[in-house]
Every structure is written in structure tokens, then in C-alpha cells.
Design a protein around this ligand. Sequence first.
Ligand code: GRF
Length: 216
Amino acid sequence: MSRIGRSRLAVLISGRGSNLQALCEAIAAGTLDAEIVAVGCDRADAPGLEIARKFGIPQVLVPRASCASRAEFESRLFTQLEGYAPDWLVLAGFMRVLSAQAVARWPARMINLHPSLLPRYPGLDTHARALAAGDREHGASVHLVTAELDGGPVLAQVRLKIQPDDNPERLAERLRPLEHRLLLWVCSLLVEGRLLAESEQILIDGEPLRAPLLLN
Ligand code: GRF
């Protein structure tokens, strides 16, 4: 894919924003050839907004409580984000379930980072659920967003061996740096045009993606 200029990312967050920070740092270091054109957020108290401020990135803050309905929330958030003309929407800790109508505004142009080896454990409490199931390994996935919660095609994953003394907090802590690497890797592949996501098929280096890419 040839394009003029750097790829434009909009990053959506609800909380801490450590993945946003990792993206900002990679861009500043020149290891990710992209620009974050806006940070979307549904919570005025999200610590990640401070990261956006520090890096001088425009914020689109639409508190869910300020909207009468999910439709209004999505309409305000996405209409404002569209004003920044992003190529990709990157959901990094964005804790809202999106409607089919909202997802359809960005066909195959929205990715989400999820803290499990999908299709295992869509939804919340993934670390506790992996431990409760006695899993030997855990991990994170980046997938295309579809109307199904955490159910879109998985682009890439990172795996992590569960240790005997893991608890949900420790597991989340150990996984976090791997999540950062995974998200950066997928964003790099997307902005370099090596990973091409169309609604019908996904290509990696010109070949159909038959299984999620695995980060070493
Ligand atoms: C990450 O664990 C991600 O997998 C999940 O939300 C968390 C976001 O963390 N979707 P942060 O806000 O980027 O620090």
C-alpha cells in the first residue's frame, strides 16, 4: 500500500493509558512511523488523558454520563474523531462495548488490544479466569473490531507461561510489557502496509493470514 505521509492513528482509552504511552514513545523514538492525531476517551478522570496532554495530542473527551444514550455517545465520539481523519482507530483499554452501527463506520479499520488468548476469555476478568481454569499459558491478542464483543478476526497474539505463584494482579503486571510490544508490532505492520485488513480477507506480506501472528 502506498500512501503519502504518515499513517494517522486515533487511540481510544478509558483508563491508565500505558499502551498509549508506549505508542507515543515509539513514535517519538522513530520506531513507529505514525502520528497519533487524537485520543478519544469516555472518562474525564482517565489518567491516560495526562499522557495525551504531555505529548500534545488533541483529546476528544465524551463522558458516557453526559450522553442520554449509547447512540448519542457513539455519535458524538466518532463524529469528533472523524474530524481528525484517522486511518486507524486503536482501542487500547477502551472499556465500552460498541454497537454494530459504530463499528460499521470503520470497516476493518479498528483494532482492539485484549488481555487474553482469544477466543478464550472475551470480556472482563481475563487473568482471573485463566488462572481459575488452570491454564498453563495466558497472553494477549490484537483483533479487528466487529460487532461481536472481542470476537473479530485475531491479527496477532503474544503468549506467556503462567507461573505457580501468579495471581490476577501479578499476571496482569507480567503481561503488560508484552501487550505494549504486541500493540506496537501490529501497528507497525499496519502502517507499513505489510498487514492489510479488508473485511473479506487479511493479508500478511501478500499472503492470506491463516492464523494469528505470534510475537516471539
Ligand atoms: C490492557 O490490559 C488491555 O489489554 C486492556 O486494557 C488494558 C489497558 O491498559 N484492553 P492501559 O490503559 O493501556 O494501561
